[in-house]
Design a protein around this ligand. Structure first.
Ligand code: NAX
Length: 360
């Protein structure tokens, strides 16, 4: 039998936590042959509810579950963890300013980064789910310098899966028949769900989605807006935000990262930009990635000289300002470029706001 993997879940008494812990304990995240130990962290006001979750885990007698720690002590929770799923955060309440929410979360992520850096296993893989997810990941990176930058990611897989779901519904096929959509940028309403490289399997093989869905207008407007606004639509319907789909996406994200993506398939992950596609290095931005041997890499795609030339022209600005020069990636048209830039701008603004919160 394999050695157990220790997994930290922060905000474990919350609604995503309640959906996520049984999925992990059933082997959906790391595989049916992988025993796990769960470290559940929440804050003092949620301590009793957290203990209730622990009681239910005991009552489930999960064969793969080799240990449960439920605590409100951050240091204890981070001790020896191999994987950290960060669900804990301060929710936006009515009447709260954006800056107030940011300031609360920046403080939380700064403190938890230090604890992870100090107590987690040196190669711990981190997934930030709590909003603002990309910026929380950025803060975590800045305050946990001992954790390799490539080990810190944020969740945009839910948006990716939502895009697959919308296309599958429209085409009346299974979600598994559609692949290679891309979520670019921020996990917010400025994200850009891109179908330009997506394909659908038909009886005549894989066909581009753009070839099968002739209604360009639907793809360029309604589809994008539906994916961007899906979180709000769920809140309207359920009177609660997405939980089971978020938990499922977190499992997909970690499973693909640890066990690898399928050949010919990429997924979307929020990762620290290396300058690919002209996105400012250091920003946490969602890119198409493939994973192998526990490492993700940004999809670089075709490198025809004309593509490289076009890419250089578009990204002249970043070419000059960045010391990192990467190869040209997937072909990006003007429509996509402007949407990718807009979501990058929002991330820069969030970073400025987060840093100003740290200084006050
Ligand atoms: P809940 O409010 O149900 O749960 C959050 C939990 O975090 C609570 O139990 C709270 O006590 C705890 N918490 C607060 N401060 C903490 C701290 N300092 N340390 C540890 N725990 C702390 O929210 P839930 O619906 O579970 O959502 C969790 C987070 O995911 C939210 O920030 C939410 O905005 C975010 N989401 C992100 C998504 C994504 O795709 N990236 C999608 C779903 C979700 O909206």
């Amino acid at each position: 039998e394999k050695e157990p993997v220790t997994i930290l879940i922060t905000g474990a008494a919350g609604q995503i936590g309640y959906a996520l812990v049984p999925m992990i304990a059933r082997g959906i995240m790391l595989g049916q042959d992988q025993p796990v130990i769960l470290h559940l962290l929440d804050i003092e006001p949620a301590a009793e509810a957290l203990n209730g979750v622990k009681m239910e885990l005991i009552d489930s007698a999960f064969p793969l579950l080799k240990g449960i720690l439920a605590t409100t002590d951050v240091a204890e929770a981070c001790e020896g963890v191999d994987v950290a799923i960060m669900l804990g955060g301060f929710p936006r309440k009515d009447g709260m300013e954006r800056k107030d929410v940011m300031s609360k979360n920046v403080a939380i992520y700064k403190a938890q980064a230090s604890a992870l850096g100090q107590y987690a296993s040196p190669n711990c893989k981190v997934l930030v789910v709590a909003n603002p997810a990309n910026t929380n990941a950025l803060i975590l990176k800045e305050f946990a310098p001992s954790i390799p930058e490539k080990n810190i990611t944020c969740l945009t897989r839910l948006d990716h899966n939502r895009a697959l779901g919308q296309l599958a519904e429209r085409l009346n096929v299974f979600a598994t028949d559609v692949k290679n959509v891309i979520i670019w940028g921020n996990h917010s309403s400025t994200q850009y769900p891109d179908v330009n490289h997506a394909t659908v399997s038909t009886c005549r093989g894989q066909k581009p989605v753009r070839q099968i869905i002739a209604d360009k207008n639907w793809l360029d407007t309604e589809f994008i807006a539906t994916v961007q606004q899906r979180g709000a639509a769920i809140i309207k319907a359920r009177k609660l935000s997405s939980a089971l789909s978020a938990a499922s996406a977190a499992c997909d994200h970690m499973r693909d990262w640890v066990l690898g993506t399928r050949k010919g398939t990429w997924v979307s992950m929020g990762v620290c930009s290396d300058g690919s596609y002209g996105i400012e290095p250091g920003l946490f931005y969602s890119f198409p990635v493939t994973c192998a041997k526990g490492q993700w890499s940004i999809v670089q795609g075709d490198c025809a000289p004309s593509t490289i030339f076009m890419w250089c022209m578009i990204n002249l600005r970043n070419f000059i300002s960045s010391s990192i020069v990467t190869m040209a990636g997937l072909k990006i048209d003007e429509f996509s470029r402007s949407k990718m830039d807009a979501t990058e701008e929002e991330l820069k603004l969030e970073r400025t706001l987060a840093r100003s919160c740290l200084n006050t």
